[in-house]
Design a protein around this ligand. Structure first.
Ligand code: KIV
Length: 271
């Protein structure tokens, strides 16, 4: 009997992530926060799944990512990692989990890797977090940097729309992250020409969101690209489904059938 159907798919590892840039193969990434969605994303063949601290907003309904804790990231990260066979699972380090010292960051990154089974962590920052990235990477914990719009800086920059767009500073940040040992850089809401220049400058892959087509890969927040967040229509977002409408129709149909006595019928009953 062939075991082809039960064979584990070949894992998308950090070395494969790095090699994708050399091979000019675009890297695909979406966010996930729980088991079933993570399994669908993985089985659909995505390269990377990010357990983003956006869970503070799209799962918990909060207005920023600031309240998210390490324990919450571990709770969601573990569910996602358990569902995934192939994709590289990256878990965000939440606000104040890496800011106090490189030692604090290393301890939290280690907890995240050990307690979730994920493959890597991501943190917001570049040059300002170089020592922290170095500490984490030197323990062989793969770490991705995050530049441009940094939602954890929302209080300091005065709003989610305020983005660091100084080209020289962004390139210095990207090079510092690469030198410190980051295996990739997420570029959020950077102009397309600057994102392309950063991508051409560093040897590690860049993953863009709202940063144009010149990055080595792309990420979107899954509930946004599936159209679950009906009021959210930023220019960079392409909605690949309208699940809010589909879910509303399904829930209404169910409620109507229950009220009318049409469900459950005999075919959905044990006799
Ligand atoms: O937390 C998150 O989901 C992110 C997005 C920018 C993809 O970092």
């Amino acid at each position: 009997m062939s075991n082809a159907s039960t064979a584990r798919p070949k894992k998308f590892t950090v070395p494969r992530f790095l090699a994708s840039k050399q091979k000019k193969q675009k890297i695909t990434m979406l966010t996930a926060y729980e088991f079933l969605s993570a399994r669908i994303l993985d089985e659909a063949g995505l390269d990377c799944i990010l357990v983003g601290d956006t869970l503070g907003m799209v799962v918990q309904g909060k207005s920023t990512t600031l309240p998210v804790t390490v324990d919450e990231m571990i709770y969601h990260g573990e569910m996602v990692a358990r569902a995934v066979q192939r994709a590289l699972v990256i878990v965000d380090m939440p606000f104040m989990s890496f800011h106090i010292s490189p030692a604090q960051a290393l301890e939290n990154a280690g907890r995240i890797l050990k307690e979730t089974g994920a493959d890597a962590v991501k943190l917001e920052g570049g040059l300002n977090q170089a020592k922290t990235i170095e500490a984490i990477a030197s323990a062989d914990i793969p770490v991705m940097a995050h530049l441009g719009l940094k939602p954890q800086s929302v209080r300091a920059i005065g709003g989610m729309g305020k983005i660091q767009r100084d080209e020289d500073q962004l390139i210095a940040d990207a090079l510092a992250a690469e030198r410190a040992g980051a295996f990739g850089i997420l570029l959020e809401m950077i102009t397309a020409p600057i994102a392309r220049k950063i991508t051409e400058t560093v040897t590690i892959p860049t993953i863009g969101i709202g940063s144009g087509p010149g990055c080595d890969g792309q990420v979107l927040v899954t509930p946004d690209m599936l159209g679950l967040n009906a009021d959210f229509h930023p220019r960079f977002l392409k909605k690949y489904a309208d699940l809010a409408s589909e879910m509303t129709s399904a829930v209404k149909a169910y409620a109507n059938e229950v009220r009318e006595g049409a469900f459950p019928d005999e075919s959905h009953s044990h006799t």
